[in-house]
Design a protein around this ligand. Sequence first.
Ligand SMILES: Nc1ncnc2c1ncn2[C@@H]1O[C@H](COP(=O)(O)OP(=O)(O)OP(=O)(O)O)[C@@H](O)[C@H]1O
Ligand SMILES: [Mg+2]
Length: 260
Amino acid sequence: MSKALIIAICNQKGGCAKTTTAIETGACLAASGARVLLIDKDHQGNLTEAMGFVEEEAAGTYELLMGRARLEEVVRESSIENLYFVPATIDLSAAESELMGLIGREQQLRHALAGSLDKYDYIILDNPPSLGVIVINSLAAADYVIIPVQVFRFARKGLDRIITFFDLVQKRLNPDLKDWMVLPTMVDYRRRDEEKVNRLREQLGDKVFKSQIHVNSSVIESQEAGKPVVLFDKHGVGAKQYRSFALEMAQWIKAGQSVG
Ligand SMILES: Nc1ncnc2c1ncn2[C@@H]1O[C@H](COP(=O)(O)OP(=O)(O)OP(=O)(O)O)[C@@H](O)[C@H]1O
Ligand SMILES: [Mg+2]
C-alpha cells in the first residue's frame, strides 16, 4: 500500500486562489482515479462551504489539530467520487491560541495523519492567509508546498518569508518536506499581467510551474453553482488550465519522489 503525498497550499497573502487551487487540483486528481483528501485549515471555512457542508457544530479540523478526534472521525465524503474532506468550522479560530499551550504543538497535524496515510493517494491542505502555528502544522506534515501567487500583487518580500519558513521547518521539524513551487494565478491579460508573469519566471526560474491560471468567469460561476470548474465547465479555459496544472504538479511530485 502506498503512502499519501501531502501537499500544502500556502501563501500568507489573502485571496490568491489557495482554496480554489486546492479544490480544483483535488477534483482533477480524484477524476484520474486517485483517492484525495482535502483538509480545510482555515476557520473562514471556504473549502468546507464549497463542499456544500453546513453543519456548524460538526467535528472537523479543530478537533483533529487539538488531538480530540481521529482522522476517520472527521473525514466526510464529498459529492465527487474519490474526493473526501475534513471540514473547518468557526471554532478553528481558537486553535491558534489553544495550540500554544500544547507540547509538540507544531506536530499535531503530522501525528493526526500518520496512521491514515495508506488510505489516500494525496492529502491537500488548504491554509489560511497567515504564517502562524496552523500553517506551521501544515508544513510540518507536508511533503510538498504549492504557493499560488496572484502576479498582479506579487511582492518578493512576501515570497521570501514563506521560503524562509519552508527552510526552517525542513531543518527543524520535517526533513520529509521536499520542495516548493509557485503557481501564477488570476493572470489577467487586461492588466498586462503576462509581463508580470515573465518577470516572475525571470526571478524564480524553474521554481514557477509552466502552467498558469487566468482570471476566468467560469471559475466564479462554478463556485456560485457549488461545483469545481473542472466539472462545471469541462471544456472551458479554467478547467483546461487546472487540468494541465494538476498534471504538471503530479509529474513534479513523481520526479521528486524518484530523487528520494
Ligand atoms: N481563476 C480565477 N478567476 C476568477 N476568479 C477567481 C479565480 N480564482 C479564484 N477566484 C476568486 O478569487 C477569490 C479568492 O479566491 P480563493 O478563495 O480561492 O483565494 P484564497 O487564497 O483561498 O483566499 P483566502 O486567503 O481568503 O483564503 C474568490 O472570490 C474566487 O472566486
Ligand atoms: Mg482560502
